[in-house]
Design a binder for this molecule. Structure first.
Ligand code: AQP
Length: 344
């Protein structure tokens, strides 16, 4: 049973999202997530966390995790997030995420989680050896969102199913505990260029931190030579680029590269093809490398510079965590009261 959809949430509009500190950030993370956070911070109350609780669903070296967390914070800042506008914080610093996740573990149904394709992809053939945390990852994600009563969540296409689960959990909680409109039915913000950037080696596979091939992705810390070289070696087909977007059908690698160009240059695929239709990859790839270098190299340089001052990054993360707690703590307190816990 879910909530009566006629009862709507009345609270403020808030944006929340995060990225795991589980490896080097890549172009897909930038275009699918970071670039969108930067735009949204001007329009909404914005909470952007470093998803360290999510990261440990697969093994993370304890000696590296805090440094990886600072690295994601540096990537946020270097991409243009303003810590005066957006609260930037480590997920583990706000304990309400984990508390609400437990309550939601008792709201979500096994059948709902069994349908999550990302678990199947990440656990692979040996799912009995995967952590329980990897299985309940989408429930923690629902808690991340709803502990701020976030109304909008910018993510890449791969997270669509998890956002649907978040709505199901919110609806079921509101219904089961007779708390109409307590949690919002969060809207995913997925549309737009960059929602699904594919591997440079395989136009059918998502660009991913965990792909064993370094050539499959452009990292935010790659220098200009590495970016140009990876684009030069990117898989393509022998045909010239089509004149119109329909001509990209059945050509996943060409489609991906045109999409990347568009997302980086803030142009539609049609506009990119208006310039490059009929031209071969020998012309298009150097132009793509130029635009990628122009956007990404300054971000990488700024990240390196920020990483030279870990104390300043920690100060930003601490102050972001204070702001996050100020919103999350009353929500978890009220949730505990609704559930009926002693002393709540
Ligand atoms: N290829 C992609 N295209 C567009 N958006 C993407 N995102 C990830 N890959 C792409 C978006 O980046 C955000 C943060 O992702 P995450 O750190 O939570 O990890 P993930 O989704 O599991 O992405 P990765 O980088 O590919 O890691 P692995 O290899 O561990 O799976 C999310 O908003 C995601 O949609």
């Amino acid at each position: 049973m879910t909530e009566d959809p006629t009862v709507t949430y009345q609270g403020p509009e808030r944006v929340l999202s995060g990225v795991q500190p589980s490896g080097d950030l890549h172009l897909g993370n930038y275009l699918g997530a970071l670039k969108k956070f930067v735009d949204l911070q001007h329009r909404y109350e914005t909470f952007i966390f470093v998803a360290d609780l999510h990261a440990i669903t697969v093994w993370q070296d304890p000696k590296l995790l805090a440094a990886q967390t600072r690295e994601i914070a540096a990537a946020y800042l270097a991409s243009g997030l303003d810590p005066q506008k957006a609260a930037i914080f480590p997920q583990s610093a706000v304990t309400a995420h984990a508390e609400l996740a437990w309550i939601f573990n008792c709201v979500a149904r096994l059948g709902w989680l069994d349908r999550m394709t990302q678990f199947k992809d990440k656990a692979g053939k040996h799912k009995e050896r995967a952590s329980v945390g990897l299985y309940t990852y989408p429930v923690l994600q629902a808690a991340d969102i709803l502990v701020y009563k976030a109304t909008h969540v910018p993510v890449g296409e791969d997270q669509k199913q998890h956002l649907e689960l978040t709505r199901d959990i919110a609806g079921k909680f509101n219904h089961d505990f007779d708390a109409p409109g307590f949690f919002p039915l969060t809207e995913p913000l997925i549309q737009g260029p960059g929602a699904r950037i594919m591997s440079l080696r395989d136009g059918q596979a998502k660009m991913s931190k965990s792909d064993p091939s370094e050539q499959s992705r452009i990292n935010l810390l790659d220098d200009a030579d590495a970016i140009a070289q990876k684009i030069r070696r990117a898989k393509t087909d022998p045909e010239p680029l089509p004149e119109a977007v329909e001509g990209l059908a059945g050509r996943p690698e060409a489609d991906n590269l045109v999409g990347i160009y568009g997302a980086l240059a803030n142009r539609t695929k049609a506009e990119v093809l208006a310039d490059f239709g009929g031209k071969g990859f020998g012309v298009f790839k150097p132009a793509l490398a130029d635009v990628a270098v122009e956007v990404l190299v300054p971000i990488g340089q700024r990240m390196r510079q920020l990483l030279t001052d870990p104390a300043e990054l920690d100060r930003i993360l601490e102050s972001g965590a204070d702001r996050a707690r100020a919103v999350a703590d009353p929500v978890i307190a009220e949730t505990k009261r609704i559930v009926g816990f002693w002393g709540a």
